[in-house]
Design a protein around this ligand. Sequence first.
Ligand code: NAD
Length: 486
Amino acid sequence: MTFIEVAGAKVDTRHYIGGARVASAETFTNTSPVDGSFLGEIARGGQTEIDLAVAAANKAFKGWAALGPVGRGELLMKLAELVEENIETLAQLETMDNGSLLRSHRRGVMPRVAMNIRFFADWAINHLAHEKFETRGHTNNISWDPSGVCALITPWNAPLMLATWKIGPALAAGDTVVLKPAEWTPLSASFFADLTKQAGIPDGVFNVVQGYGREAGAALVAHTDIARISFTGSVPTAKVIAKAAADNLTPLSFELGGKSPLLVFEDADLDLAAELAVEQYDNAGQVCLSGTRILVHEAVADAFAEKFRERAAKIKQGDPRDETTDIGPQIHQVHFDRIKGFVDRAKAEGQTIVMGGEPNDDLGGLFFRPTLIQPSAGAEIVTQEVFGPVLCMQTFATDEQALEMANGTEFGLAAVVVSGIREHAEKITKELVAGTIWVNCFFVRDLRAPFGGSRKSGIGREGGNWSFDFYADVKNTVVSPNGWKE
Ligand code: NAD
């Protein structure tokens, strides 16, 4: 069986290498977190398939690079259009594969997939330029040259959206790509590969190898013929990948985990604060940027907690295909058990469970109740990334204490600040360690802006020129005013 049918769409279960479908001797099983149903057997790639894909991508590189930003842009714009034409199919597929809300895939996530591709194609054509400048009469010409084959490794929490943050700039920069999607969510990447073919993207420019991280992923990042590694995932995996990259000195970009603070100050609009705090349960808490550590000024802690509970009581957990559902299931039994393990250990340590703290037995399956815990300082639950619907709440008495708590982590991905006084918010944001800070808002994201994490939350930034600085070979050509015949 080389195809599976999900929500009326036919998805190829094989790899996509050099423009053709390639099977593997072995497969792995893909099930849906929505209802536990069997989706299909997926080709399980390893060294052989990675070698084939990297060779195909290398072969296609020169031709793709030679098209230039405008030639590539035409094909990438066509690809973006095809994504838009297939939003419903992609949304249905992704929901069955990863359990996230169908309504958000339809109206937010999949339109952004198209936008990611279009944005970077346009950026390469219209914005990727540096003003020429003179040094003692010599002109510095800065260019972004295609660099080669990019190894892209992506997680399961927003599979195609996160993949196209990488595919978009890599292809626009003139690189070719080998994508290894997460093994829990192989489907959208496979369907997307068909769209690249329909768009006329030459064979070998975009390749997908399915499989486990420790097999296909490890073979890809250790390959000697790749020019870049771009990885989004967890810190432990990043450490393994960094070691493999070190052997070949392959440049890498990491978007990793977080344990971001959401700070509620005494001067905050508490209704807004409660609304923003409840948003941190989105995608069943499987969002790297989530402000999972709510830090509240002690003077407003009770009032905030009451509003939070009132608002959280309205969250509707259920089938992610239902338009009225707010939170779907966790991705996989392994991940569900991991989340439950964190909460069970917090209970055993005597941490205060304010809300939830257990599986939702009314729904069964992979549904874990939205949980709020009031932990003691230094508890595991408030230092480790849970990546589930589990928030912690702690109080502070002064700005200094708030900052010490907010920054007292090995991560630095994001922060949310809720305050009613601009000068106060500015003072706090200056001192916070985070790649992105949202003030009185959450999740507003513009592809022109840098995105990434400080400390162990990442290496490098994506977005606008930052993406091209990574995917391309940045070159400075210094031209003398002397030595010319004319
Ligand atoms: P993960 O690290 O387990 O897996 C991510 C990817 O790496 C998968 O495709 C996996 O197959 C692959 N992989 C695993 N071992 C590998 C190896 N040895 N060599 C090469 N590849 C390997 O992470 P996950 O559980 O899929 O995702 C959740 C994590 O991702 C969380 O920590 C979350 O915060 C983070 N994340 C970060 C961002 C961001 O932009 N900063 C976005 C989404 C998720």
